[in-house]
Structures are given as structure tokens and as C-alpha cells.
Design a binder for this molecule. Sequence first.
Ligand code: ADP
Ligand code: MG
Length: 348
Amino acid sequence: MSLEFQNVSFAYADAQRGIDAVTLSVAQGELLAVMGRSGSGKSTILRLTAGLLDGYRGRISIRGTDVAGVPVWQREVGMVFQQYAIFPHLSVLDNVAYGLRMRGISTAARRSLAKEMLERVGLGEHADRRPTSLSGGQQQRVALARALVFEPRVLLLDEPLAALDAGIRQQLRDQIRELQRACNATTLLVTHDQDEALSIADRVAVVDDGRILQVDTPQRLYDQPASATVARFVGHSCVMPGRVLAPGLVDVSFAVLYANTGAFRIGEKVDVLMRPEHVQPDPPEATLNRISGRLGEVRYFGATSRYDFIPQGVSQPLLCEGRRLAEHGIAVAPEHLRVLPAPRGISL
Ligand code: ADP
Ligand code: MG
């Protein structure tokens, strides 16, 4: 493994939580997205990798070597942050060449390596300009070129797109992925944006409250989330609290649903997860897992609509999605329901 966290915990000086027992590994050339809401501990994972924080428990290794006590400049990590950490008094080319200067590479070689990297990020013509004369997206490409030019062991990206407009963000997102692949750079990308994480990462680590909830491919996170919390982070979802009635049968208060209850015991509290696109609108009366009710709020998105369906006798709407709306009933096939552990400490 190129980067590995084994049971790493860190608390800031004021004892506010940093991260708790984080275990994860990133393979050579892999892009792992660390996704979670603000304050969940994402940047802390990055800072620990870079060597910007001291006093953690557990083991962090880069290319198999424990990096405890190894200073930032010897870790060979490239970093890009949300705010453009660029030297305004240096030209674009010198900004990129800067990281090479500390590595004893000759001036001529530095300039040619930097020029080459600038070409790769599409800024070859801007080499002599001041970075402040460039757009936000271009400045982030300079930062990316500077981070990649010395072939870092790990590339660390902390919300690199968060400050940019939506259009530029998508463009740069694809560009980052392309470049990361071409350079075969082992990469940790921190983001709170699920579209960003799911669309470019090989795997995603979902972080909440300093802990890793699940690390998986985007597709497995969506199809097989470990908990309702993960499901809510990944795509749209509809979570129905319930109780196992019998093997293969769950009571969700307004209906009894057929679903694979796996290893859950009779009487156990569970969450039943439904994805909005799996809803069948107005199915025949005898359909398995049919829920009666009425249509609520509708949001129109062109190819599809997202709408609320309000089951009879409850006020909590179920989020549904499809071309056709449900007026009187919905159904979800048993194979499309996921039975997940109910959060501990919360009773129905
Ligand atoms: P994220 O990047 O996911 O938004 P961080 O890793 O920056 O979150 O922070 C995780 C937690 O640690 C948060 O509760 C945050 O308030 C706290 N924290 C971050 N930096 C410091 C600091 N320098 N001193 C004290 N607490 C901090
Ligand atoms: Mg952060």
C-alpha cells in the first residue's frame, strides 16, 4: 500500500475531537476521496498525512515506511488547497519550479520540468505571467502543476474545487482525474461534495464525526451502504425505521414489507432503505410491498421528477423519483429494499 492509516486517532489541543481510530489504505495510483460534512475530520486526515500535525496515536505509513517524526518536507507529498496557495511575486513558471529548487535540481532542468508540467495542465502559454492575472480555475491548475511536478509519493487535495464556479468546477474535476491517472499519483481528495467524490474517485471513504463509516467503490456505497447514515451521504434515499417481524418481513409502522432481513433477528430494530428511483408508481392492488397513500410535493427535473408520496396514516413523506408520478400507491420490489442496522441509542 502506498499510504496507510492504521487505527489513527488525533485530538486537537483543546480536546475537541479530531479523528478517532481511522484505518484506511490507498494503493499506488489510486484516487481515494474522503467525503463528509464540514467538521467531520477530513482535513485532519490530510494534515496528518502531510506531517502538519504531531502527537497522534496509531501508525501512518507511506510506501511501507512509518512516517512518525518525518518532517513535512521529507514526506514528498504534493498539496493543493481550496484557497490558491500561490506565490504572487513569482511568475507562473517559477511557482511550479519552486518545489524543485529544494531538491537540488539545476536551474535549467527545473525550468524545463516546470514548463512541461504547465503544458500538461494546459497553461504552457501563461508561463511568464503573474498568477494573480489568471482566473481561479487557472490558478488551481498552477497549484496542481506545482504539486505534481516533483512526482510526489502522495498527492493531497483539500477541497480544491470548492471556491470555483459550477462550470469550471466540473471541467477542472475531469482534468484533475485525467492528470492524476496519467501521473499514476496516489491521491487523497477531501471533499464535502458527493457528486465530486462519486464521479472521480476509485473508492470513497465516508467520514462522520471523526470516524470512517465505510470505504468502498462509489457503486458499492450506493448499492450496499453499511448504514442509513452512509446512504444519506450517497445519492437520494428514503429511510424507514422498522422492526423485524419474521425472517424476510419488516414492520415499518404504515406497512409490512418483504425484504431480505439477512442476519437480523426477530424483534430487532432496523432501518429499511429505499432508493427513490426504485419506486413503482400506482401498481395493481395485489402487488407485493404496495403502500397506499397520496401524492405530495412534486419537483420537476425534465427527464425525471422527484416527488413526495405520503403513506396513509403518517405525515412523513417518502421521497420517490420517476417519469410517472404515483397518485394512490407505490411499491418497491423486495430485492430493492436494504435492511440496515438501526442507529444505536435511538428508540422508535
Ligand atoms: P473538515 O475538514 O472535515 O471540515 P477538520 O478535519 O478540519 O474538519 O476538523 C475536524 C474537527 O476538529 C472539527 O470539529 C474542528 O472544529 C476541529 N478542529 C480543526 N482544526 C482545529 C484546531 N486547529 N484546533 C481545534 N480544533 C480543531
Ligand atoms: Mg476541511
